[in-house]
Design a binder for this molecule. Structure first.
Ligand code: ATP
Ligand code: MG
Length: 220
């Protein structure tokens, strides 16, 4: 954590210091320094917000605001929100309900955050593929929801590590995409607050994040 916070902060202080001391030779340089300091501040804000969220959802006492949700509607709506971004990346995004009219109880805001992270991951790290598919099925008293993309395979030894905070498969590549490595750690905590679990599978054809979620919440 300290490294991830210190690095952008050092660079912000460095560039603001140059501005403060008038150490720039042109207006262009000045603008560039301001731009870097601003960009790094925004990055830090994302990190601090995510860290706060992570700490919050890690606490098993965190309350859930449970609602009954029509899963097909919610998934269609979330997929629609990614339509523009995915078409820009020439990736198709589709929802397949294997069980129709599936109703589930969960905290919509928190679970939307989970789906958003899984889909944006598929868009960020599955760029060499062209398809993102969200599947949902009812199995016994659970909903099984998967987010699948046909991009590059995640190495076996990384599959379990993915859910650890700050873990990224390729540090340098992921850094460019601005990820903090907290998305899946937050997702796992949110799913487990609901009494469910999440895991990843990957082969050379597809990468799949599977969630098992109880249809009913008994503790709320
Ligand atoms: P953040 O979500 O906090 O912005 P992030 O996307 O790097 O940052 P996670 O969502 O936790 O963090 O993902 C962890 C790592 O898992 C990613 O950096 C990436 O290396 C790998 N990963 C996640 N989803 C996929 C995917 N669909 N295909 C390939 N690799 C993935
Ligand atoms: Mg992510």
């Amino acid at each position: 954590v300290s490294h991830d916070i210190r690095t952008p902060l050092t660079s912000i202080i460095g560039y603001l210091g140059l501005i403060e001391e008038g150490q720039y030779s042109s207006e262009e340089d000045l603008k560039r320094y301001i731009h870097i300091a601003y960009t790094k501040s925004l990055q830090m804000k994302v990190l601090v917000d995510d860290l706060f969220e992570y700490t919050k959802v890690r606490q098993t006492s965190t309350p859930l605001t449970v609602q009954t949700v029509k899963l097909d509607r919610l998934l269609e709506q979330i997929a629609a929100e990614f339509e523009l971004e995915s078409s820009r990346k020439e990736m198709a995004i589709e929802v397949e309900m294997k069980t129709k009219e599936l109703q589930i109880e969960f905290d919509v805001d928190k679970m939307a955050r989970v789906f958003n992270n899984l889909i944006s991951n598929a868009l960020k790290y599955g760029k060499d593929g062209n398809l993102i598919r969200i599947e949902a099925d009812k199995v016994g008293s659970e909903a099984v929801v998967s987010v699948i993309n046909n991009g590059k395979m995640i190495p076996k030894e990384s599959l379990d590590e993915l859910f650890n905070r700050f873990y990224r498969v390729e540090a340098s590549r992921s850094q460019q995409t601005g990820g903090t490595g907290l998305g899946l750690a937050i997702a796992q905590s949110i799913v487990s607050l609901h009494g469910g679990y999440i895991y990843a599978e990957s082969n050379d054809k597809e990468t799949k994040f599977v969630m098992h979620l109880p249809l009913k919440q008994t503790n709320c």
